[in-house]
Design a protein around this ligand. Structure first.
Ligand SMILES: Nc1ncnc2c1ncn2[C@@H]1O[C@H](COP(=O)(O)OP(=O)(O)OP(=O)(O)O)[C@@H](O)[C@H]1O
Ligand SMILES: [Zn+2]
Length: 707
């Protein structure tokens, strides 16, 4: 990472108002401000685990001990009549005798008293008279004199405890010993073998993270409305578990947030806790596993115990795939520790009652590798996708992170969003941060478009160096392709309604069109399959109609249409020429080619199959062609809107398709025209059922309108 030049001390460092430079604002969402402060998922070590804390404590203890020792030891000796003798070396004193008139004091010492007088050392022996006596008008310093004249009145037994070394011991060493003992106890109960100060094992991590009630709110999570909506209920539950208990509602214990890195899973989890105002216990899956053998499982247990004590609460396990991978999938065998930890996690999740008010949220970007046991009902049975944001979402995220940054007036966050398809929230935060750094480096005051351009390039990392116009053409191509699918689906009579069309790259596909089955289908009619084939061909056909030059991006469409045609002929008996016969045999076993069973049909049948499949696919192709040609206006309109908005939702699509020219009905199908046939219609669907369905539809309309 590069930092702007001219740090403190540099000539530019002292510009006016530097302290208030908004570029250095303390927006908590500014990634610079939490670059090294992981958001809760790597909790800070508690104070009692920090080595330096203990060193300070030891030093303080020693100082206090010495002070106490001094305080207890006789500094002064009070005589019977209230005189005080100030002792410089009280530990040397054996007996003190006040002389007559309080002029001198005679001391009996334990060892010879020596003093340098005129650069010569003089030994005064053990009995000396030399100290001041306070309480007299004159301070007598009668130096060395053998005291013979003692006044018994003043003689007192000031036997200074000769056990003063015990004193030292008690006042200094004992507290230290107590402290060391306490520390040993704390560290031991905390994870055992790592020894004092957590230094021994190098694993001085806390076992149970500190909890906190995050300040993050749903409004901090931009562009993830769908995900937020899905977790809203969890927030409500945590806020008022009683309401749900009364209704006997089963609230999920576990919620799995999945999606690419940096899309805001951690952020969302924190926001749930923040909105509900409950403590948030965060831990990363890898924290469990790095531990010594057997510790992962006990950490899980302690984490749950601790959270239960403070429920309602949220436990957040980031990177759950570190513990939650499918069991027995380790290449190198030695995954006992991980599996033990996973088992403990499963036990804990089964073990708490829904009414505890405890919710476990886990995050992963590899939901596919998770052990199925984790996803079973009662565990992480609620799964919420946190996807890379679409255009609108990116703009919203940019707005969140642009707060507190100074931009030139003509900056256009919408255009930045347009230019960053596929960027996650973390990427976008990064773009703005990088732009701020670049601006600071060039000593400019405001972030401008040039800085943003460069920041986007940097964050994009790697040479995705399309020229811009090429990227745009590709985008338009994708828009036509996806619109083609959507239009054909909408024009057919037996297809599900299209709910979403996007040209946002996603995985390997350039864009996608989502259709939503209106009901669970257990069977598909012949007409339905024909419609699906036309729908599959729609993308490729649109490219042909518009560009007269289809791209390889459409190969998937052809494959899908062909597969449907093949099953229609070979499995479902939808071929007039071949009849209702199942033609395909069992699938080959494994990869072994020699296992492939010979075709259970003749060469001649094979030829007919090929013909029929070809005919079905080409018919679908023609049907799609006709629909798109008839609706070319709508096709162009869709593309225009897609290029503008990148994603069209259900409401947009309904509006666009309201004037669609439907595909012509197909010729009625008779498997064999020679069979006797009747024109008798099927029984009518009862009025009651129709009414019910109509009402449901109206409610659906209402819901759409409200969106
Ligand atoms: N939807 C969003 N809205 C606002 N900011 C976001 C969003 N998504 C990500 N960010 C920014 O990116 C940072 C990183 O996001 P976060 O750690 O929540 O992602 P994550 O999905 O948990 O990633 P990972 O899978 O790598 O843990 C956030 O702290 C925030 O600054
Ligand atoms: Zn396609």
């Amino acid at each position: 990472m590069t930092f702007p030049q001219g740090g403190p001390g540099g000539p530019q460092g002292f510009g006016p108002g530097r302290g208030n430079d908004p570029r250095r604002g303390n927006d908590p969402r500014d990634p610079r401000n939490n670059m090294n402060v992981p958001q809760g998922n790597k909790p800070n070590k508690p104070w009692y685990k920090q080595v330096w804390v203990w060193i300070v404590v030891l030093i303080l203890a020693a100082l206090v001990g010495l002070q106490v020792n001094r305080a207890l030891a006789p500094k002064t000796i009070s005589t019977q009549d209230g005189l005080t003798i100030l002792m410089k070396q009280p530990e040397q004193l054996k007996r003190a005798t006040i002389t007559e008139g309080h002029q001198t004091v005679s001391l009996e010492l334990k060892s010879d008293f020596k003093k340098t007088v005129n650069k010569r050392e003089v030994n005064y022996g053990k009995r000396v008279v030399f100290y001041y006596v306070f309480g007299q008008s004159t301070q007598v310093v009668k130096a060395v004199e053998d005291v013979t004249k003692t006044n018994s009145d003043y003689t007192f037994n000031s036997e200074v405890p000769s056990e003063s070394w015990i004193n030292v011991l008690i006042t200094t060493l004992l507290p230290m010993l107590l402290l060391i003992g306490a520390m040993w106890w704390v560290t031991r109960s905390m994870g055992g073998s790592q020894g004092l100060f957590g230094m021994g094992g190098g694993a001085d991590k806390s076992r149970v993270p500190d909890s906190e009630i995050p300040k993050t709110k749903f409004s901090d999570v931009a562009g993830e409305e769908a995900a937020v909506q899905e977790v809203e209920e969890i927030k409500d539950f945590l806020k008022d578990p009683e309401k749900y208990r009364r209704l006997g509602a089963r609230i999920p214990r576990g919620v799995l947030l999945y999606g690419p890195p940096g899309t805001g899973k951690t952020l969302l989890a924190r926001a749930i806790a923040g909105e509900a105002g409950v403590p948030f216990y965060a831990m990363a899956g890898s924290d469990f596993v790095e531990m010594f053998v057997g510790l992962g499982a006990s950490r899980v247990r302690e984490l749950f115990d601790e959270a239960k004590k403070h429920s309602p609460a949220i436990i957040f396990i980031d990177e759950i795939d570190a513990v939650g991978r499918k069991r027995g999938s380790g290449m190198n065998g030695g995954h006992d520790e991980r599996e033990q930890t996973l088992n403990q996690l499963l036990v804990e999740m089964d073990g708490f009652d829904n009414n505890t008010g405890l919710i476990v949220i886990a995050a992963t970007n590899r939901p596919d590798v998770l052990d199925n046991a984790l996803l079973r009902p009662g565990r992480f049975d609620r799964q919420v996708g946190v996807e890379a944001p679409d255009l609108e979402g990116r703009e919203a995220i940019l707005r969140v992170h642009a707060k507190g940054k100074p931009f030139v007036p003509d900056i256009d966050l919408h255009m930045i969003a347009v230019r960053t398809p596929g960027f996650t929230g973390a990427d976008l935060a990064n773009v703005l941060n990088e732009a701020a750094l670049l601006t600071a480096r060039s000593n400019a005051q405001l972030i401008d478009n040039r800085a943003i351009d460069e920041a986007i390039d940097r964050v994009m990392e790697g040479p995705r160096r399309h020229t811009h116009s090429m990227a745009l053409e590709e985008l338009r191509n994708t828009a036509y392709h996806e619109s083609g699918h959507a239009l054909v689906a909408a024009a057919m009579h037996h297809t599900d309604p299209v709910t979403k069309v996007t040209i946002l790259p996603r995985g390997r596909a350039l864009g996608y069109t989502a259709v939503m089955p209106t009901e669970d289908r257990y069977s598909e009619s012949r007409e339905g399959l024909l419609d699906q084939m036309a729908y599959a061909m729609g993308g490729r056909t649109a490219e042909e109609i518009v560009f007269h030059d289809p791209t390889t991006g459409a190969s998937n469409d052809i494959e899908k249409a062909t597969r449907i045609a093949r099953t229609m002929i070979m499995e479902y008996g939808f071929s007039t020429r071949l009849g209702a016969v199942k033609w395909n045999s069992a699938e080959p076993q494994g990869d072994d080619i020699s296992n492939i069973a010979p075709h259970p049909y003749s060469e001649k049948t094979q030829e007919i199959i090929d013909d029929e499949v070809h005919e079905l696919v080409e018919n679908a192709h023609t049907e799609a062609w006709k629909v798109l040609n008839d609706n070319r206006d709508l096709l162009d309109q869709m593309v225009t809107e897609l290029l503008d908005k990148e994603t069209l939702n259900e409401k947009d699509l309904k509006r666009i398709f309201s004037t669609i020219k439907k595909a012509p009905e197909r010729r009625q199908w008779l498997s064999d025209p020679n069979r006797p046939d009747s024109d008798r219609p099927p029984v009518a669907i009862p009025e009651k059922l129709r009414k019910y369905a109509k009402e449901a539809e109206e409610r659906e309309e209402e819901r759409l309108k409200q969106q």
